[in-house]
Design a protein around this ligand. Structure first.
Ligand code: ZN
Length: 1008
């Protein structure tokens, strides 16, 4: 709401002017605000004139105050036109470097002088450059009061034309500067669907504080503000006082009462900074986006204004850009290093970009026409000779009754244009010629072009439109791994154009010292948009895709984003008629950022699916139990293998065998066929390990002398702390996809394409069998509940398993690479090869370096395709967990297990396990090497506050697997649960054997 005033500006250099605008406006026009509905569109006098009248050697005192950051205050740096200086270092900084530094900030404040086009250009360039790095961006604007937010939303949504927008937001009533100054920013926001947030309070409320104090506000008016304005910051007071005193204050205002006038001004200035600061914070919080705030520099200087207040409210990191004009004839100007984080030096502008209109207008009662008030003192209107009280009959031959409409018309006048006014003055009609100054003469480029300041490389980027929206990896030409911010931006852009896509945060990784917490994102795609599970069309199967649990398996995430894009806006859209698709493209943001396997807690997330310590794993299980998908697929990378894509099924024998058969015989067979057509090698995922060793638990210990043993191959794993089995145990069609990888950036594009092809073929296969998938999973889940209730002797739960040979298939024929020396190191093969064919350099991606790797037949003699149970227990009715074991219960809840809280003390029938012998494992994550138990029937008291876990529930197979002492998959194998009893002791979790379950209420764990 800064308003400029020519009569003041004549005696001030432009720099001082920009500061004074907001101060002086208040007392020049304050009293009249109640009667004048619009401020004159006054602009500063021609700065060329200003400069000549202002003594060039009279420094602007506001630039070198010893206030602000204690480390920098009192230190100055010399800024010349065209330079960008870093306040922190006092040294020049490149534009790109500055933008990189800004990526650490959640709010970037850019100060402007409202009628300085170069300053608006800086705002625009900062917005554009930040957007290029991270699409998750929003814009905050001083120019609009919060009461008009809806109009901004309609603009960004593309609903309004420019003319409609200016009309609806009443631009020339709420703001006094030509829309053209801001046009590029508004256009960019609309083009890229960036939200724009109004920051201002209605101007009359700010004025009221200044005139009559905070207490005069109504509750409704107070509600605009975060609270009573804080006026206690001495540095800020010094700043505003300096501005105040440097102004050529009208004579009448000097002397007695000046302090009182200042207090009023200072109070309203503080309230104003606070309301805009609070709204900037709200904007940053609203969608978790970074916000670029565009406001008058006076609100930002020395990081003491709204930027300081926003930080105090939110602790959101921020950066501030200030631009200063270096007077003509000066090479440089001293400015405080505390003035802003980045200070731009600008050459003086000869003339503002748009003609200074300077015509104040008002409406009076019972008169349709507009009336001139006050007498113009500046700009075109002053030169035209308007008088206060002139009634405007017509302008350019047209009658106006609305201030905004007339100003819109005047705003279109360019320099050199003219318009004829007819006015009624003292009872007579007069002609008034409204003639804009001629356009300024062409200026030397270095003083005019903001492009020059910003340096090369900022040419217009191509705008993502339609189905060609690029994934972050495509945007980077596969020369960089996409990170969390870029993923969020991409999904926002995709969601903005795809109503079928709903994106939400389902978790947040933990902050590490150098890499902060990041959102874990879920994208939901369905023909009928579903923001919540109960909105999902359950007549179609739902597929959950999770990617990049292992952070260095980067192509998984890139392919997931590609698939999402093609489902949302590409040629895979028709699949949404058959399936719902849930995608968690980046479950381990930290690992992706560091390009390491583990997460920020050093956890291997794909061995964490029982104890759920990783935020990303909690998020997966949270999504799974809320949405209960019929199909899940977890995407990974393995070593560089002849088989470019592998998909594995589950192997835990508790999971319905016909689910595994369907997975293998239908889905994988079809994927194999589809990939063959695309010349991509495929085989079911196999694990190689030393004979007699099972490495699947993820225990840190490496069993001795593996290298000396012969190698065996088997399918997948039976372990429930692995992602696919932990979801499969709910009778889910659960899969893992592994892409071949050398984990180098050169092959990222090829690897991503393989992964994408595999996922696409997989999804097409599932969609092709949609009714079957729905039925087979539905039937299995229903049947499991019946089995859990029946507890048949013939239907035990399997606790331990082993991989065994299949007598019918004693050997396995595969192909593999045989490498000759370093020939193909670092390269990845892109074509299928027949056994014995030589691989040439041209077959590799990228095509350089000598070939030499051969494809050879591989005969696997130790082939263990089957799994057999080695220990099983009768299905229990339920389990009793003592009230003290909250840790166990929390884990069960996170895994989607329903737990009851006992509400009455009672004596119940149960079985307790007596331990006769136990050999604990030397490693965490492993079950005891041996444990001998005997179940004894007992009558035991259960107390109010104990827990009861019934086995008639969807987790019917999971519960015994977790709670039985002899389970290879149980909680007993994690040291953190301290469940291994001593020999002769009792296992602390009891099997309930009573006829009817204890009285319980469902136990809930409330979200943190
Ligand atoms: Zn992996």
């Amino acid at each position: 709401m800064d308003r400029s005033h020519g009569q003041i500006s004549r005696d001030c250099p432009r720099r001082g002017l920009s500061l004074l605008i907001f101060l002086i406006a208040a007392f020049m026009f304050g009293p009249a605000l109640s009667s004048v509905r619009a401020q004159p569109q006054t602009m500063p006098a021609n700065p060329a004139v200003t400069q000549s009248q202002a003594p060039a050697d009279k420094p602007d005192p506001t630039l070198t105050l010893a206030i602000g950051d204690p480390k920098l205050k009192g230190k100055t740096m010399e800024i010349g036109p065209g330079a960008i200086l870093s306040g922190r270092t006092g040294q020049p900084i490149g534009f790109e470097r500055m933008i990189d530094e800004m990526l650490a900030a959640r709010i970037v404040h850019v100060g402007e002088t409202h009628n300085s086009m170069p300053m608006h250009e800086i705002e625009f360039q900062v917005i554009r450059a930040l957007y290029a790095k991270d699409r998750h961006l929003a814009i905050g604007m001083e120019m609009v009061p919060v009461t008009l937010q809806e109009t901004l939303n309609r603009w960004t949504a593309g609903i309004l034309t420019k003319e409609e927008f200016i009309r609806e937001i009443r631009w020339y009533v709420t703001w006094n500067f030509n829309f053209g100054y801001y046009e590029k920013i508004f256009d960019f926001a609309r083009e890229h669907r960036l939200p724009i947030y109004a920051l201002n309070a209605p101007r009359e409320v700010i004025t009221k504080i200044r005139m009559r104090g905070w207490d005069s506000l109504s509750d409704e008016e107070k509600a605009f503000f975060p609270g009573v304005p804080d006026v206690s910051n001495q540095d800020h007071r010094t700043l505003i006082r300096t501005v105040f005193e440097a102004a050529d204050i009208p004579h009448a205002m000097k002397g007695a009462g000046l302090d009182q006038v200042f207090e009023g001004l200072y109070r309203s200035q503080s309230a104003w900074d606070e309301v805009m600061g609070a709204n900037a914070v709200r904007a940053a919080a609203a969608e978790g986006r970074r916000v670029v705030v565009c406001v008058g520099s006076g609100h930002l200087l020395y990081n003491l204004g709204l930027n300081r207040r926003a930080y105090e409210m939110s602790k959101l990191p921020f950066k501030t850009v200030i631009a200063v004009e270096v007077p003509a004839g000066k090479k440089a100007l001293p400015v405080s290093r505390a003035l802003g984080d980045y200070v731009f030096g600008l050459a003086p502008e000869d003339k503002p970009a748009f003609p200074t209109i300077g015509l104040g207008l008002k409406k009076v009662e019972n008169l349709e026409n507009l009336v001139v008030d006050p007498k113009p003192i500046d700009g075109v209107a002053a030169r035209a000779g308007f008088e206060k009280g002139d009634v405007i009959l017509s302008a350019g031959g047209k009658a106006y009754t609305d201030i905004n409409e007339l100003r819109m018309a005047l705003s279109k006048l360019a320099c050199g244009d003219e318009a004829e006014f007819k006015v009624l003055r003292a009872g007579a009609v007069k002609d008034v010629l409204f003639k804009c100054e001629k356009a300024p003469a062409a200026e030397p480029a270095e003083t005019r072009s903001p492009e020059l300041i910003l340096g090369p490389g900022l040419e217009e980027e191509q705008s993502p439109k339609g189905p060609t929206l690029k994934t972050p990896a495509e945007e980077a030409d596969y020369l960089a791994y996409s990170q969390n911010e870029a993923i969020a931006s991409f999904l926002s852009a995709l969601a903005a154009r795809t109503p079928e896509l709903r994106v939400s945060n389902v978790g947040r990784s933990l902050p590490d010292r150098e890499y902060g917490a990041r959102d874990i994102i879920l994208a939901v795609l369905s023909e009928k948009p579903a923001a919540a599970p109960d909105e999902l069309d359950r007549t179609k199967p739902t597929v959950l895709l999770t990617a990049a649990q292992h952070g260095n398996e980067q192509s998984a995430k890139e392919a997931a984003l590609w698939l999402l894009r093609d489902l949302a806006a590409g040629d895979l859209r028709p699949l949404l008629k058959k399936v719902n698709v849930l995608v968690m493209p980046q479950t381990n943001p930290y690992g992706n950022f560091r390009d390491v396997r583990v997460n920020e807690l050093d956890l291997d997330m794909n061995r964490d699916h029982v104890k759920l310590e990783a935020e990303g794993v909690q998020a997966i299980h949270g999504v799974f139990r809320r949405w209960m998908p019929e199909v899940t697929i977890d995407v990974h990378e393995k070593g560089d293998d002849y088989y470019r894509v592998s998909i594995g099924c589950v192997s835990n024998v508790n999971i319905g065998p016909s689910l595994q058969d369907f997975s293998r015989q239908v889905i994988l067979a079809e994927v194999d066929q589809a990939l063959k057509k695309r010349n991509i090698t495929f085989f079911e995922y196999l694990v190689t390990e030393a004979l007699g060793v099972d490495t699947s638990s993820g225990a840190a210990r490496v069993p001795g002398s593996r290298e000396e043993r012969e190698q065996m191959k088997r399918y997948s794993t039976t372990d429930l702390n692995d992602g696919r089995n932990s979801l499969g145990i709910f009778e889910t069609l659960s899969f893992i996809q592994e892409g071949a990888s050398r984990h180098d950036i050169e092959t990222l594009k090829a690897r991503t394409a393989w992964q994408y092809s595999g996922l696409r073929a997989f999804l097409e296969s599932v969609a092709g069998h949609a009714p079957e998938v729905l039925k087979i999973v539905g039937d299995h889940r229903a049947r499991l509940l019946e089995r859990a209730a029946a507890r048949a002797e013939s239907d035990p739960v399997h606790m331990r398993m082993t991989y065994v040979r299949d007598p019918a298939v004693p050997e396995l024929h595969l192909k593999r690479f045989e490498r000759g020396g370093a020939a193909a190191a670092g390269r990845v093969l892109r074509v299928d090869k027949k056994a014995g064919e030589t691989v040439s350099a041209a077959d590799f991606v990228p095509t350089q370096g000598p070939g030499g790797a051969r494809v050879v037949d591989d005969l696997v003699k130790h082939w263990f395709p089957n799994v057999e149970a080695t220990l099983s227990v009768k299905r229990p009715r339920g389990y009793i967990v003592r009230g003290a074991r909250q840790d166990i219960v929390e884990t069960l809840l996170a895994l989607g297990v329903e737990v009851g809280l006992v509400t009455r003390d009672a004596i119940v029938e149960a079985e307790v396990y007596e331990i006769s012998a136990v050999v604990p494992s030397p490693a965490d994550y492993e079950a005891p090497e041996s444990i001998d138990v005997a179940a004894k029937p007992v009558k035991v008291p259960v107390k109010k506050g104990d827990f009861y876990v019934d086995c008639v529930q969807p987790a019917a197979n999971l519960v015994p697997s977790l709670l039985e002492p002899q389970s290879a998959y149980g909680l007993i194998r994690y040291w953190k649960f301290k469940l291994v009893p001593a020999a002769g002791g009792l296992f602390e979790i009891l099997r309930f054997t009573g006829a009817s379950a204890p009285a319980v209420i469902p136990y809930k764990s409330w979200p943190r």
